[in-house]
Design a protein around this ligand. Structure first.
Ligand code: NAP
Length: 337
């Protein structure tokens, strides 16, 4: 039986913007608050964003700097953070308190309530050669992280959402000699304004947009260190083309980090936590959620922080009257934002 750590009023699982915003409110309410962060640094996906321009109050700030400010703010009100602690399980005890096992049962933390904010990770395509070329650092899922490696090079972008539209322009205007962009449909999922910006940048910055195309194979050079070419297929004609590119950026969405919660709280078919969108209550009494991991989340920094605030405020009511609980409903799909 793992040793139980100190008890807290609230444990927040995940130290991204949703978790940090929740901690700000619970700590200011003088609830003892612990943030469990599985990585070496809190912050989540926003840490990989070079410029945040759509968070109210900041015209432009890097994700890293914004998280630094959030962390300092949260710590100033007494919230504790432990890093390198991945939650594996949550159990509700007979006395109503909730246990959180971390690092495969290495430790167990106990709290009166939990706010689950594990965020989402990049989705892969599972196309032949993707894993090998990812290991060789020729396949990337983050333009901010890896764009600078492709100065004067030709890269392939795959995807048709906001990330693909924005990051194609980002790559083409800052680094690359050419970007070929493919998307599996003739219509983009991305917002109209971003699609307009994409087409506006296409001529001047050598962006070749090919619709509807899918990749079928990423073929390595003989030594396995580089990409020789990528095979792409026209979805309408079936014709295969070979593209000589130096790198591939895959922007096909996110996977919520909720596999460990299967069978513990209700989760939808895409892996998002079912939660009442007004209260952030999951199907397990005392367990709230917030951020990109929840069903119907808008996947925005501002909405993730808003979720965290809502969960923290609902916690007050829960502590006042733990007996009534209604959660775990979500009628909306996360897809389609
Ligand atoms: P997304 O909106 O889910 O788009 C994923 C794209 O990848 C879609 O175009 C999808 O095609 C394509 N795709 C998915 N699986 C594929 C496969 N197996 N093969 C080929 N293509 C595939 O993901 P996202 O662009 O990363 O955005 C995630 C969320 O963040 C969204 O809610 C988005 O609005 C938000 N976001 C917002 C901003 C902003 O506001 N500035 C910037 C970036 C992201 P289909 O369209 O055919 O499904």
């Amino acid at each position: 039986m793992p040793q139980a750590e100190k008890e807290y009023d609230v444990i927040i699982i995940g130290g991204g913007p949703a978790g940090l915003a929740a901690a700000l409110y619970t700590a200011r309410d003088r609830y003892s608050t612990l943030i469990l962060e599985k990585n070496g640094l809190p912050g989540g996906q926003i840490m990989l964003t070079e410029h945040v321009e759509n968070y109210p109050g900041y015209q432009k700030i890097s994700g890293f700097e914004l998280v630094e400010q959030m962390k300092a703010q949260v710590a100033s009100f007494g919230a504790e953070t432990v890093i390198g602690k991945a939650a594996n399980a949550i159990r509700r005890r007979d006395d109503g308190k909730i246990e959180v096992d971390v690092n495969n049962g290495e430790l167990t933390y106990v709290a009166r309530a939990i706010i689950v904010c594990p965020g989402s990770d990049y989705r892969s395509l599972d196309v032949t050669g993707e894993t090998e070329m990812r290991q060789a650092t020729r396949v990337s899922y983050c333009a901010t992280c890896d764009g600078a490696f492709y100065r004067g090079k030709h890269v392939l972008v795959i995807g048709g959402g906001n990330t693909a539209a924005e990051d194609t322009v980002y790559l083409a205007t800052r680094f690359t000699e050419k970007v070929t962009m493919i998307h599996r449909r003739t219509e983009f999922r991305a917002e109209k304004v971003l699609v307009e910006e994409l087409y506006a940048a296409a001529d001047e910055h050598n962006i070749d947009i090919k619709l509807p195309y899918v990749p079928t194979e990423i073929v390595a050079t003989e030594n396995g260190q580089d990409i020789d070419h990528v095979k792409i297929q026209n979805v309408e004609t079936g014709a295969i083309e070979e593209l000589n590119v130096d790198g591939v950026f895959i922007f096909v969405g996110m996977n919520p980090n909720t596999a460990w919660l299967q069978g513990i709280v209700d989760i939808d078919e895409s892996g998002y936590i079912k939660a009442d969108p007004v209260t952030m209550k999951t199907s397990m009494p005392g367990v709230f959620t917030a951020g990109d991991c929840r069903c119907a989340a808008a996947m925005q920094l501002a909405t993730a922080t808003a979720d965290g605030v809502v969960a923290a405020m609902q916690l007050r009511d829960y502590f006042r009257d733990p007996s009534s609980w209604s959660g775990g409903q979500c009628d909306h799909s996360t897809e389609g934002w």
